[in-house]
Design a protein around this ligand. Structure first.
Ligand code: PGA
Length: 676
């Protein structure tokens, strides 16, 4: 057994599921939280770029917003892919690349402290830089494990619904992100959310825990520097160089730390602003970048406020020159005060945005794209805003995604089940394959092939003839252009080299053959082909572009001991269940009870159907129902024109592997015609 599959067994299905769930939840939520506040994410990206001295890029607001939306989309969709098992290989690569990138970034953040929090989950979950680094390492470990065992991830969806689920998820998150950027975040995780009293949020209780710092002192002697603490402070032969304070434990931090307002002369107006009744604040971090398409609406609101006796003022971090330009351009007849740029960007994610304060309590916020328009009979003050908890809002958004998603999955699966039920026998490829075994010399073989091309016209199933090696090239010429395909009866378990008498998969393929029979009971019995040898042969055949007709089946004793299910499952597990789902699509199974081969004894149609259905169920266990439904399972063992119709009528029997009866053209044709 390969080391990786041993490791996987140690990890177990449960362990794999835990990794899958953790990764999908992390990516899903971090994509969703970023999409709730794409502008916040764009500010964070700009912060990172500034720390890398990429000022021009960081200044390009549209580029930052576009990058932020792309990041939300990639993370969210990746979370969905990992959870549902869509595009598994792509998802595992993407997951590894993103996790590596995030881990490197978190290391940089941890060492150099360029940002105060990483912004991984927007403002919803704020991590310290150490926590960010630990998260980065943890995520990378999980991503590495997921990458290693990506092919063990079972898809929870039928193949047909993958694209529609992908498309829906992409459209949902992109539109949601766009709406959040155009209006305001639908869930506000920031300190200035509706309902918060800024004055109270700034208060520090008397008994608040103070931050704990550790002080150390760097002193030098004889040109060498050394670090000391207060406890081991050295004597005066040492010269003081510098002191360093390291934060050991954060103390109490108020929700709002840095709110302050002053007039253009520098007089502090914070208290006045926070005690004012009915105060409308036009918030613009930077007038020179403000959206000026709504100036008329803003002026209308200003007039309205003046007529009603409400206060109206603007808060900005713009330069004096930009303030004058704004006043001139918009005719602003309201006072303009100064505040911190980051605070203003945090207050309202719109430039400009509007905020209504009632004695320091945030009553409402509006984006410039959604300003409240004064109407005769409604007072703007009465336009209450949603103050439901963030959790409920978040739940609402998740349900807006999950409910239609479940509906889509339900409908596509229903359609597929109906189709499968109706067309079960039509969907999978039906095949009648001949196994000539060690019969016919070259001339006889070529003649038989020629005869078959004459009688087999427009068959209702795939027709394959598997011949001894020496016939392959000649028969390939004869059947060229006909409906018949060609296969070998065996190939070597080595790729090439000094293996006298052997024929490699590559050689078989070079004759023009498309199939190879592997694992036939005669080869297992007379040539001691073990599951390990067969596993190698299967790998080589697939690697050389051959499709494999893989034979399994029980002996009479095993059937009498009722061990047939156990036997076939072990044969499959021993040689082909290590393949990826993609590789497995090139496997045709041939169930051949050994007691029926060449003996004239056939399994009854019911017996065959029962074990075929069982085989399909084991495939479904390993690769999922969709792959199982697409796998062709042939019956072999004294199959003739007389019993073929009854056998082929069974839903899980998709054709036959025919020995004796494939050696005469009319007999073989009779079996092919059973598909009519
Ligand atoms: P049979 O052989 O049809 O002669 O029983 C089937 C096989 O061995 O593939």
């Amino acid at each position: 057994m390969k080391k990786s599959s041993k490791d996987y067994q140690r990890l177990g299905k449960g362990g794999h599921w835990m990794i899958r769930l953790s990764l999908s939840v992390v990516f899903f939520l971090s994509g969703l939280f970023k999409a709730i506040d794409p502008k916040g994410t764009s500010y964070k990206i700009a912060e990172y770029l500034t720390s890398f001295h990429c000022y021009q890029l960081a200044d390009n607001e549209m580029l930052m917003l576009g990058t932020s939306l792309c990041l939300c989309l990639v993370e969210f969709v990746l979370g969905v892919y990992i959870l549902l098992g869509i595009r598994r290989r792509l998802a595992s690569w993407l997951c590894l690349i993103l996790s590596t990138g995030f881990a490197l970034l978190s290391l940089y953040v941890w060492i150099f402290n360029p940002v105060s929090d990483c912004g991984c989950f927007g403002d919803a979950v704020v991590l310290t830089n150490t926590q960010t680094f630990l998260k980065g390492v943890f995520l990378l470990t999980l991503a590495g494990m997921y990458f290693r065992y990506w092919n063990k991830t079972e898809s929870l969806l039928s193949d047909g619904s993958h694209w529609i689920v992908s498309l829906f998820s992409m459209c949902f998150i992109f539109l949601f992100g766009m709406l959040s950027a155009f209006y305001l975040p639908m869930v506000d995780f920031r300190p200035y959310k509706v309902g918060v009293n800024i004055l109270q949020a700034m208060e520090i209780p008397h008994d608040a825990e103070a931050p704990v710092y550790e002080s150390s002192f760097i002193l030098s002697k004889d040109g060498k520097e050394k670090r000391f603490s207060l406890e081991n402070y050295p004597d005066s032969t040492w010269t003081f160089v510098r002191a360093e304070n390291k934060l050991i434990k954060r103390g109490y931090e108020p929700l709002v730390k840095d709110f302050s307002v002053s007039d253009t002369l520098g007089n502090d107006l914070t208290d006045r602003i926070l005690t004012e009744k009915n105060l409308f604040l036009l918030v613009s971090s930077d007038f020179s970048h403000a959206d000026d398409a709504h100036i008329d609406e803003i002026n209308e609101i200003v007039d309205y406020c003046h007529s009603k006796g409400y206060e109206f003022a603007a808060l900005t971090a713009s330069s004096g020159e930009d303030i004058s330009k704004w006043q001139k351009y918009t005719g602003a007849n309201y006072p303009i005060y100064i505040s911190d740029e980051v605070v203003l960007k945090t207050m309202v994610r719109s430039n400009p945005g509007l905020m209504l304060l009632e004695k320091g309590t945030v009553m409402a916020k509006w984006s410039c794209n959604n300003l409240p328009m004064p109407e005769e009979d409604t007072d703007i003050l009465s336009l209450h805003q949603d103050t439901r908890t963030s959790f409920l809002q978040l739940l609402k958004i998740i349900l807006c995604y999950v409910i239609p998603l479940l509906f889509i999955i339900f409908v596509t699966n229903l359609q597929r089940t109906n189709k499968t039920n109706l067309n079960n026998s039509k969907m999978r490829k039906k095949i009648v394959a001949g196994n000539w075994k060690m019969n016919k010399n070259l001339q006889e073989g070529v003649a038989l092939a020629k005869e078959l091309t004459e009688v087999v016209k427009n068959p209702n199933c795939g027709v394959v003839i598997c011949t001894p090696f020496i016939h392959l090239a000649s028969v390939a010429e004869v059947i060229k252009g006909s409906a018949i395909e060609l296969g070998a009866e065996n190939c070597a378990d080595k790729a090439s080299g000094a293996y006298t008498g052997e024929v490699s998969a590559e050689m078989v393929k070079s004759t023009g053959a498309q199939y190879v029979i592997l694992g036939h009971s005669e080869r297992r019995q007379y040539y001691n082909e073990t599951p390990e040898i067969l596993k190698e042969k299967v790998q080589l055949a697939l690697a050389n572009g051959l499709k494999v007709i893989f034979c399994i089946g029980e002996t009479l004793e095993e059937r009498e001991a009722n061990k047939q299910n156990e036997v076939v499952k072990a044969e499959l597990a021993g040689s082909v269940y290590n393949l990826t789902a993609e590789e497995f699509k090139n496997i045709v199974i041939a169930y051949e009870p050994i007691w029926a081969i060449g003996t004239g004894k056939t399994a009854t149609a019911e017996q065959a159907e029962e074990i075929h259905a069982y085989i399909r169920s084991t495939i479904a266990e390993v690769y999922g129902q969709a792959v199982a439904d697409d796998t062709t399972i042939l019956y072999g063992g004294s199959c003739k024109a007389s019993n073929a119709p009854e056998l082929f009528a069974k839903p899980d029997i998709d054709g036959g592997l025919i020995g004796g009866a494939s050696l005469k053209a009319p007999d073989f044709k009779g079996i092919i015609d059973a598909w009519k």
